[in-house]
Design a protein around this ligand. Structure first.
Ligand code: NBG
Length: 869
């Protein structure tokens, strides 16, 4: 010991950090006879201390009470619902961790090939209910919680959604994790632990969307396990130099620490419990000592603040990328930490790096993690001393890329100067990849300069930009879209040249899926029970093989069954009405058809078409006599969804919906026939209430724009019928349930380009082309819903260019709505359609989708935890 302190050592660990405690991947040693050594201490003492999963009510209540007493330091005297939730959640987490540990040790013993799902978003929603279902402990907890003087419903309601995602892409990732564990695949997720998730949406009295932060961690998060000693250093900025043989060095700049937080992902009907590892950014050193000593405290903490900022907030964009430096830093921070962790785990086996593709498959969820491709090249070239061919062969056998959109504005591009500034070595590698790639293209298509320019990773312009979809495609072993039509569009439009160059077998399709555990059993327990009773199957059986729903078909002709089916829908509508009453103080009539459109606000999704349709209906009703009106099918229309904060037109659409609702809900002439609600702050939990209550839901994107959609599947699984365009997964749903059970309208994908051309070069005045729509727009402009001028920019998108083809599809949309009314008039036939729809949704389980990825792409197999080595 010395009495002086070396300032350079402050903030550094006393000894070099060695990850020995919490890293996964340690196996017992064996002696010469193959018998395992207990690693330390007396094995019996250890064994006596280990716990299993609580099974009976007394052990469960004991565990909850223990957590009240110690983890929360509270008592029966001062425990509220939130405290009871926390204690119950902590006791459930203990159980999850038992299975988690066993699963990870089993994977280590078996040493299988593993898959990793890299997603910048995981829209998990709530966990407690799902964890209880998957552990098979719902009833025991219900009883136990009751004995402690609480109700399980009240407690479940205290949990905040983990809303680390924007929409379908993030929710898909969450469904895939659930399915990965349920099908017992060795699949981990990697993401970011944002301090603030997607913003909370508030609606002002004028109808404006206001955004508030979502501090979801404020009450602590019982579902994560901080692994404060699992850390990696991630570098930004600095300078890079090229050495010989494509190698380089990268030095200087800023180093930031990535700290792991593990989230347990329990499987359903199995002990397998996978891991979702989320990274949090932390300064490498608390603050800059020199500035601190000089009394400049702001400068002293500046770099630490900038490190903290990396994982502070989820970007609330969907289908846009703005080239923001912080977003680029998020993407690199996350991919670098995840790769370092994956490679560390692989290397522990002592295998040479050329075997990496035999043990590791990495799925890139959209282009967000594409920097993993140059990052792995950098590691292999600069740190592991491989040559270019060796490195590129490893890389292109490890990665797989899923594309989620063909909208041009949604394809990520990063300005070259920005990458050069933040990641100078990666830019060099990207240029090298591009050079080798274009040389190969030139060999196959000599002299075709246009093709080289189209395929280049670099788009010319001011500034030049890196096309991430091109990089993801050429750096991956397989590329897929998320529904048949979408995958075709990927092959024939945005990646056409790549298919011509590399062959079509690399470019395939995996239609999205949803987990039936959350999206049927949890959100619609009565329907789930009826199905179990009717199919005479154990619930576990059909929830793990959703094609079993087919067995419901024969009951469509059973009147008693239909009655039960319809009664459940009715009670779900009442549950929703009750929710609206308690949260918004509004009274919703439940004897009307419930018509729902819930999704992110975007012009391509055409919420505008829907609201203009509602206005059309309102004007029609207003023009009728009271006698005529009595023949109308009463309808309650629900909207919910968030608009990106900078998306002006989308926000105007919300404003229009809110103001139309204000007018028509108050109109005594029509309010018995038409009601309209915009439910604020759409979330996974709100979807769980809305979806089971819908009679009809709308999925009405311009043909060719919605890659798949997944809420369409959720509604249909819950016996709601679908009104939609011939787009995304709507098409495959119709193929399964039969076209007579869905309501399709609108132009088809091949017509879209031509229609847009006509709009530009041969415009027809709206009053001629679509008088009905013209009348609606005139009324809005005239101020029927107040704010006469406010909506002009929105209306002009339709009057002027109409890129999303509202003027082309409006008439057939109105006709489709009329067909829905007509069909609904025959309630019995409607119920038959509803049953047939649910019965034919087997294909859309995310278990099917994840097994498809496992078999056709990753080449991994289920590793059940119960089976010993
Ligand atoms: C979205 C598509 C949806 C699709 C989800 C999940 C992006 C970029 N794409 O149609 O718009 O269902 O991805 O695949 O968020």
């Amino acid at each position: 010991m010395t009495s002086t302190i070396d300032p350079k050592a402050i903030g550094k660990p006393v000894r070099a950090r060695r990850h020995v405690r919490t890293l996964t991947g340690y196996l017992p040693e064996v002696d010469a006879t193959g018998k395992e050594h207990w690693p330390r201490g007396e094995e019996e003492v250890w064994q006596a201390g280990l716990r299993g999963v609580d099974q009976d009510v007394p052990s469960i209540t004991k565990s909850i009470v223990n957590h009240v007493q110690t983890s929360l330091a509270r008592q029966a005297y001062n425990l509220d619902d939130l405290g009871a939730y926390q204690a119950a959640a902590l006791s459930v987490r203990d159980n999850l961790l038992v299975n988690w540990n066993e699963t990870q040790l089993n994977y280590t013993r078996k040493n299988p090939k593993r898959a990793y799902y890299l997603s910048l978003e995981f829209l998990m929603g709530r966990t407690l209910d799902n964890a209880l279902l998957n552990l098979g402990l719902k009833e025991q907890y219900r009883d136990g919680i009751k004995k402690l003087g609480f109700s399980v419903e009240d407690i479940l309601d205290k949990e905040r959604d983990a809303a680390l995602g924007n929409g379908g892409l993030g929710r898909l990732a969450a469904c895939y994790l659930d399915s990965g564990s349920s099908t017992e695949l060795p699949l981990w997720g990697y993401g970011l632990r944002y301090k603030y998730g997607i913003f909370q949406q508030l609606i002002s009295p004028e109808g404006n969307q206001l955004e508030a932060p979502d501090p979801w961690l404020d009450n602590q998060n019982p579902w994560e396990l901080p692994r404060l000693d699992v850390t990696y250093e991630v570098r930004f900025y600095g300078h890079a130099e090229r050495l010989s043989d494509s190698r380089g060095v990268w030095q200087g700049g800023q180093e930031v620490l990535a700290v792991a937080y593990d989230v347990m992902i329990p499987g359903y009907g199995t002990k397998n419990t996978n891991n979702l590892r989320l990274w949090e950014s932390k300064p490498k050193r608390g603050f800059d000592l020199n500035s601190f000593n000089a009394g400049n405290y702001e400068a002293a903490v500046a770099s630490s603040n900038s490190a903290d900022a990396i994982t502070s907030v989820l970007y609330p964009n969907d289908h846009t990328s703005f080239g923001k430096e912080l977003r680029l830093k998020q993407q690199y921070f996350w991919t670098a930490a995840s790769l370092a962790d994956i490679i560390r785990r692989f290397k522990q086996q002592g295998k040479p790096l050329k075997e990496l593709p035999d043990f590791v498959a990495i799925q890139l969820n959209d282009t967000h993690p594409t920097l993993a491709i140059p990052e792995l090249m950098r590691i292999l070239l600069d740190e592991e001393d491989l040559n270019w061919e060796q490195a590129w062969s490893i890389v292109t056998n490890v990665f797989f890329y899923t594309n989620h959109t063909v909208l041009p504005e949604a394809l990520e591009k990063w300005p070259v100067p920005l990458i050069e500034h933040v990641l100078p070595r990666h830019l060099q590698i990207i240029y090298d990849i591009n050079l080798f790639f274009l040389q190969a293209v030139e060999r196959k298509f000599p002299g075709d300069r246009d093709r080289l320019a189209r395929m280049s990773l670099i788009e010319e312009g001011q500034p030049k930009q890196v096309r991430m979809a091109h990089l993801a495609a050429i750096g991956s072993r397989k590329v897929n879209g998320v529904a048949e039509l979408h995958s075709d569009l990927v092959r024939t439009t945005i990646l056409k040249d790549f298919v011509e160059f590399e062959g079509s077998s690399k470019y395939s399709n995996v239609t999205n899926g949803i987990t039936p555990r959350r999206w049927l059993d949890q959100c619609n327990p009565e329907l789930s029970d009826l199905i179990t009773k009717t199919l005479k199957l154990d619930k576990v059986v059909w929830l793990k093989d959703l094609t079993k729903l087919d067995g419901l078909l024969e009951f469509t002709e059973d009147a008693a069954f239909r009655k039960e089916w319809a009664a459940i829908k009715q009670r779900n509508k009442e549950r929703l009405a009750n929710y609206v009453q308690t949260t918004l103080g509004l009274t919703v009539r439940t004897d009307a058809m419930f018509d729902v459109q819930i999704k992110r606000l975007h012009e391509y999704k055409r919420q505008t078409l829907n609201i203009l349709g509602v206005i059309h209906r309102y004007l029609t009703l207003k023009g009728q006599t009271p006698e005529e009106r009595k023949k109308a099918n009463p309808r309650v229309v629900f909207f919910a969804g968030k608009a990106a904060p900078a998306y002006y037109i989308a926000k105007l659409t919300i404003r229009l919906i809110v103001n139309v609702a204000r007018v028509i809900n108050a109109d005594p002439d029509t309010k018995d026939y038409l009601q309209l609600y915009f439910l604020p702050d759409y979330s996974v939990s709100l979807a769980e209430v809305l979806i089971p209550a819908s009679d009809i839901s709308q999925h009405i994107s311009t043909a060719g724009t919605e890659a798949s959609g997944t809420s369409n599947m959720k509604f249909c699984l819950n016996g709601g019928l679908l009104l939609g365009t011939v787009d995304g997964a709507n098409i495959e749903i119709a193929e399964e349930v039969g076209e007579s059970n869905v309501f399709f309208f609108g132009h088809l994908t091949p017509a879209v380009e031509d229609l847009r051309y006509q709009h530009l070069y041969h415009p027809v005045p709206l009053e001629e082309k679509c008088p009905a729509l013209h009348r609606v727009l005139e009324q809005v402009s005239a101020g029927l819903f107040d704010d006469a001028d406010i909506y002009e920019p929105l209306l002009n998108t339709i009057r002027q260019n109409d890129y999303y083809l509202l003027t082309d599809d409006f008439d057939s949309y109105i006709a489709a709505l009329a067909m829905v009314d007509e069909a609904y008039a025959d309630k019995d036939e409607w119920t038959k359609k509803s049953i047939r729809t649910t019965a034919k949704m087997g294909k859309f389980s995310s278990d099917r989708a994840i097994l498809d990825y496992a078999e056709s792409f990753w080449n991994i197999e289920p590793i059940p935890v119960s089976a010993k080595k």
